[in-house]
Design a protein around this ligand. Structure first.
Ligand SMILES: NC(=O)c1ccc[n+]([C@@H]2O[C@H](COP(=O)([O-])OP(=O)(O)OC[C@H]3O[C@@H](n4cnc5c(N)ncnc54)[C@H](O)[C@@H]3O)[C@@H](O)[C@H]2O)c1
Length: 325
């Protein structure tokens, strides 16, 4: 089978590619013969003869044609302009996050191969302020262009799936930790900054207060869920094809407290709070989350904060250099 990964040199993309390289096949699919990697540029690529890197803007015709030749059987569409960057540069966000995704869907429709397409949506589809509890009935009301484009692609993906052009599965990711230090324009990056700093015993300044509540997932768990989305049996998808992933809901104070417990109280003095009202409202005020549909479909969170932090700290220790996206 042929796999296409867009955004393959990004934070999540690199980890997904590394995991794919350890596999000869995914459950329910034939052996993996080719993995086409699409990104603007590539830094480190694993040594695997099945990998083919195609640098360039996936939404431009020549690159789009190249990354879909041969026609993919499974697509992981991760390429995106991050939340803050898309808010600062509206045309860029529109072009890549919405128009680019539509061009990719159109190309896949024209090829007629009916691939499975896993789309990494975001909890930004909910907007802010949020109700006292978020569940599968909570209306989507994005408050950022990034979130609006994610919702629109979910709608397109559902329609292309209904028409049997692709088999779409959209998963709404919470904050995935721990992102490497290189900025990518995501306003939610402070959760990674906090964990990375405390793991290294370094000070940090946060744009939210200690009471800020977050929905978090480790990168390891995120990859498990992305692969689960790809391999879900059709019967599990029949009730809908967009899931808000289960996430651990923790406060900044919980995270600092967990590091205090690991360091005899050395963490608290390292954290300084300089709340930015816009960031606190959008990313620091997340209520309890009931992801019943995703749980029923077999998606999982990390289990508990200490497991998440163990995974995050391990990831900090093994971060490879990244390019700014
Ligand atoms: N990391 C998170 O916490 C998080 C949370 C919610 C959703 N997501 C979604 O998950 C996906 C991956 O996120 P990430 O954290 O790895 O982001 P990232 O910014 O690290 O990676 C995105 C990659 O897409 C590439 N890209 C951007 N425009 C492109 C284009 N025109 N052509 C080809 N490549 C292009 C970038 O170069 C980058 O390498 C994104 O769709 C993002 O919206 C991530």
């Amino acid at each position: 089978m042929n796999i296409l990964v867009t955004g393959a040199n990004g934070y999540i993309g690199r980890e997904l590619v590394a995991r794919l390289c350890t596999l000869s096949a995914l459950p329910g699919y034939p052996d993996i013969q080719r993995i086409t990697l699409s990104d603007l540029a590539f830094s480190q690529v694993p040594d695997d003869p099945r990998l083919h890197c195609i640098p360039g803007n996936f939404s431009e015709p020549a690159t789009l044609a190249a990354i879909t030749d041969p026609a993919p059987d499974l697509v992981f569409h991760l390429a995106a302009v991050a939340s803050g960057q898309a808010e600062l540069d509206f045309p860029l966000g529109l072009q890549i996050n919405l128009e680019g995704a539509l061009r990719l869907l159109e190309r896949l429709r024209e090829q007629g191969n009916n691939p499975t397409l896993v789309y990494t949506s975001s909890i930004a589809v909910y907007g802010a302020p949020l109700p006292p509890m978020v569940d599968d009935t909570t209306p989507l009301s994005p408050a950022l262009s990034y979130g609006a484009h994610k919702q629109l692609v979910e709608i397109l993906l559902a329609d292309y799936t209904r028409r049997n052009f692709v088999q779409g599965r959209a998963i709404r990711l919470p904050g995935i930790v721990v992102r490497p230090p290189a900025p990518n324009g995501a306003w939610s990056i402070f959760s990674s900054t906090l964990i990375r700093s405390l793991a290294a015993g370094q000070p940090c300044t946060l744009p939210v207060n200690a009471q800020a509540t977050l929905w978090l997932m480790s990168l390891h768990c995120c990859i498990d869920n992305i692969l689960h989305a790809a391999t879900l049996p059709a019967a599990k998808v029949s009730g809908g094809n967009a899931w808000t992933l289960p996430a651990l809901r923790v406060s900044v104070g919980d995270i600092v407290g967990a590091f205090d417990a690991r360091s005899a109280g050395a963490a608290s003095p390292l954290v300084h709070y300089a709340p930015d009202p816009a960031i606190q409202a959008q990313f620091g005020n997340l209520p309890p989350l009931n992801s019943a549909a995703a749980n029923a479909a077999g998606f999982r969170h990390d289990g508990d904060l200490n497991t998440l932090l163990d995974r995050a700290v391990l990831a900090c220790a093994t971060h490879s250099p990244t390019i700014a996206s």
